[in-house]
Write a protein that binds this ligand. Structure first.
Ligand SMILES: NC(=O)c1ccc[n+]([C@@H]2O[C@H](COP(=O)([O-])OP(=O)(O)OC[C@H]3O[C@@H](n4cnc5c(N)ncnc54)[C@H](OP(=O)(O)O)[C@@H]3O)[C@@H](O)[C@H]2O)c1
Length: 358
């Protein structure tokens, strides 16, 4: 057969005579003909929810994996997306269970692997490394079994690019996709999230090469923007903290890149749909020092107790990102003001922030 399971779009010649096809089947075929069926792992997450939204809007049939499809608090927002009733399915899968993604992956021609634990305390090191590295390989082993697979898009992170001894960078260096963070450096400062993302991405490249899987990686910087879910993920919680006057997280983060969540979703779809897309794509709008960021935010949102400045614990940091690779594919990034405006609106709408309240 020339068609993947559940995809009725490509092999019309094998169908029974046109007139014999029941009407409901024909409708299904029409829906599937526009765009194929794709899988999004960790579909209820902050980034993945936006990706699901944009995939549905552009006509894809989306099969999302979540750890608990019955958890309404985590998935209800997905069912409210335009097109969800017709073209969204949610199934259970866990990164830590071998073969857990087989059924979902076998039903799709494209895979967006976004699921990954984002826990920041050092105790969770083992689980974080296991779910990120073995979890990614688990998903890729399922991909290997699917002969109809077109492409896998992996959500990696800019933390795989920029974390090394700052002294090794020339001043004002513009980091591009050839740059890799140092595992030893990340281990020495116990940033297990970065260690997990570096090793997961490296293992993915190795596995994809050995098994002839078309893999493309998206490397977002710190993702800012509206939360589709009422449940805040780790990064949105960090932003909320900053707007309530907390200084610790962003002091530790230091100089960082920022990107609008909608641009991250578009980037994933763009590299999936562009036949010639290859390798890694840094996805970043602007890089700001923590002091620059809080100065900008305190001025723009004077009714929140945003710190006016932050202690500099990193010394001088001057790196930036060269994003010409993704821009050449046509992606244009929204600015920092817009991403924080949208984020604040969303935090207010979900009841997390009140004007003038600490
Ligand atoms: N947010 C950022 O600033 C940022 C920046 C760069 C890269 N990224 C990358 O973007 C991706 C999504 O991040 P996010 O910010 O959207 O985080 P998030 O909201 O915490 O989403 C992470 C998702 O991973 C799922 N997950 C965690 N452990 C799992 C397991 N054992 N089995 C199955 N699913 C599991 C979670 O599922 P449950 O809902 O079941 O917990 C959740 O849906 C990650 O790969 C992250 O590294 C994020």
């Amino acid at each position: 057969s020339c068609e993947p399971p559940n995809l009725l779009s490509t092999c019309q010649t094998e169908s029974p005579k046109g007139g014999d096809i029941p009407e409901h089947f024909q409708l299904q075929r029409m829906a599937n003909t526009s765009k194929g069926k794709v899988c999004v792992t960790g579909a209820s997450g902050f980034v993945a929810s936006w990706l699901v939204k944009r995939l549905l809007e552009s006509g894809y049939h989306v099969l999302g994996t979540v750890r608990d499809p019955g958890n309404q608090k985590k998935v209800a927002h997905l069912w409210n997306l335009a097109g969800a009733k017709e073209r969204l399915e949610l199934v259970r899968a866990d990164l830590l269970e071998e073969g857990s993604f087989d059924d979902a992956v076998m039903a799709c021609e494209g895979i967006f692997h976004t699921a990954s634990p984002i826990i920041t305390n050092a105790d969770s090191k083992e689980e974080m490394l296991d779910s990120a590295i073995n979890g990614t390989l688990n998903v890729l082993r399922s991909c290997k079994k699917n002969p109809f697979l077109k492409r896998v898009v992996l959500t990696s992170s800019s933390s795989t690019v920029r974390l090394r001894d700052e002294a090794e960078f020339p001043p004002n260096v513009l980091l591009d996709e050839t740059s890799w963070s140092s595992v030893e450096f990340c281990e020495s400062i116990q940033i297990w999230y970065a260690v997990a993302k570096i090793l997961a991405e490296k293992s993915a490249w190795e596995f994809a090469k050995e098994n002839n899987i078309d893999l493309v990686a998206v490397l977002p910087t710190f993702v800012i923007g509206p939360n589709l879910s009422p449940v805040l993920g780790p990064t949105a919680s960090d932003v909320l903290g900053l707007f309530k006057g907390e200084t610790e997280k962003f002091t530790i983060f230091g100089r960082m890149g920022y990107v609008h969540i909608d641009d991250v979703a578009s980037c994933h779809i763009l590299v999936y749909e562009t036949a010639g897309a290859k390798g890694r794509y840094i996805c970043n709008s602007a890089v700001l020092g923590s002091d620059e960021l809080v100065a900008l935010l305190a001025k723009r949102f004077p009714s929140f107790p945003i710190p006016k400045s932050l202690p500099n614990i990193h010394g001088e940091q001057t790196y930036g990102y060269n994003t010409s690779k993704i821009r050449k594919l046509g992606l244009e990034f929204r600015g920092v003001e817009e991403m924080f405006d949208d984020s604040v609106e969303s935090l207010k709408a979900h009841g997390y922030l009140r004007e003038g309240a600490a």
